[in-house]
Ligand binder design. Sequence first.
Ligand code: TYD
Ligand code: MG
Length: 478
Amino acid sequence: MAKVRDVFVCSACGGTQSRWMGKCPDCGAWDSLEKQTLDATASKDPQRGIVAAWRGAEIEDPHADLAGLAGLATPQAAPIAEAGGGAPVARISSRIGELDRVLGGGLVVGSVVLLGGEPGIGKSTLLLQAASAWARTGTRVLYVSSEESAEQVRGRAERLGAGAEKELFVLADTNLARIVEQARRVVPRVLVIDSAQMVYKSDIPAGPGSVTQLRRCVAELVYLAKASGIAVVLVGHVTKEGSLAGPRIVEHLVDAVLTFEGDRYHAHRIVRAVKNRYGTTMELGIFEMTGTGLREAPEGAGVAAVQGREGLQPRPGSVVCPVMQGSRCVLVELQALTATGFLGAAKRKSSGIDAGRLAMLIAVLEQHAGLRLADMDVFASSVGGLKVAEPASDLALLLAIAGAHRRKAVEPATAVIGEVGLGGEIRPVTHAEQRAREAARLGYTTLILPPPNAKQAGVKGVRVLKAATVSDAMGLLG
Ligand code: TYD
Ligand code: MG
């Protein structure tokens, strides 16, 4: 018989060590190793326990046809066209377009989705709204709250206008065995667990939220989803550094990982897929937090304040860029500020913008536009909290920094696209036409872009200004 032994698992990277150490040798995280008892016999077929528990159900529910399909039968190899019964992937639409889009067209039956985000960002709100939307279309949902009481959930649901849904069931519990028991009783098509970190199995000698508990509980929920056809949505809190607690451990188990981003103090929230076995990871959904829950931001509404709406004053240090986010284009306002600093200790701070790109653009400005920024503090941010990583936004950021420094602005109602090379050249970008259309639709009348994009971006009502080099672009700051 295999021996029961202790190992130490890193809660940051999932690496296993044979003895405790202050620093994980795999990922370098401090104080992240947790003791875990490895019992070879218990983990031999972890699928058995949960599937057997599920199969014990007497199902007389109308939803039962979806439940208990896979079962304990030994899996059989089959030609790919017949694999999995040959049926197309079934999806459950929430009719919340922004959420369905990120999921690749709706929640897939029998899939497991992990929604990560910082505490207080609105994960519970989003899932409760989604749960009520699913329930409204006749999909039975069991919303398990392991953090809030049932009264709290009901109170929130009432505020969100979902207090009377017949197909929405609520359970406040943290014990996984009891949650599965209730799922057997209710037979939902969607099981929401808010949050996975608070759920525990009593037979595991570790506290809720520990690596051991999280790994086992999520693994069991995955088996449950596959065996029963229930779609499971898990909430996961992220750490201050922005990674899901125990990320490696859980991310590979689930079918999709969504992150909920945004600034708690801004109204805009962005849902993004970082992994999706049933769709692209390019899409994102934009919401606004209001007094009555999250509201979908209308298509193309742009996270940036549209200059046209705010009056037509030139604003040094502020440049708008149409950024591609999956298949959609979003207008984002990039802002920069320069202030007197100390040579050799000048600050470069960015929010929503990659710090490396900021440093690169500052170097390009010093080298190719003659700006002296070595003793200037430079601050840059993307307004509204959307993270901008596209090289196509380089030129906009460059003009924002140069404009802030020289107190000059691009003309009002101007959008800027272009990638900046280290040689001071401006390179063409993809989707120029779509960007130009979106800018035109939102009232922008001038577009600054690299010459090769000029033809594609020839949209009616938009004046095109070409910039082939950084010095051309500097000439457009008035
Ligand atoms: P919550 O969904 O509980 O965040 P999470 O589950 O990610 O921790 O709520 C986030 C915040 O949203 C909360 O602090 C208050 C705010 N909020 C609103 O502004 N309007 C609303 O209708 C609701 C329900 C919450
Ligand atoms: Mg919550």
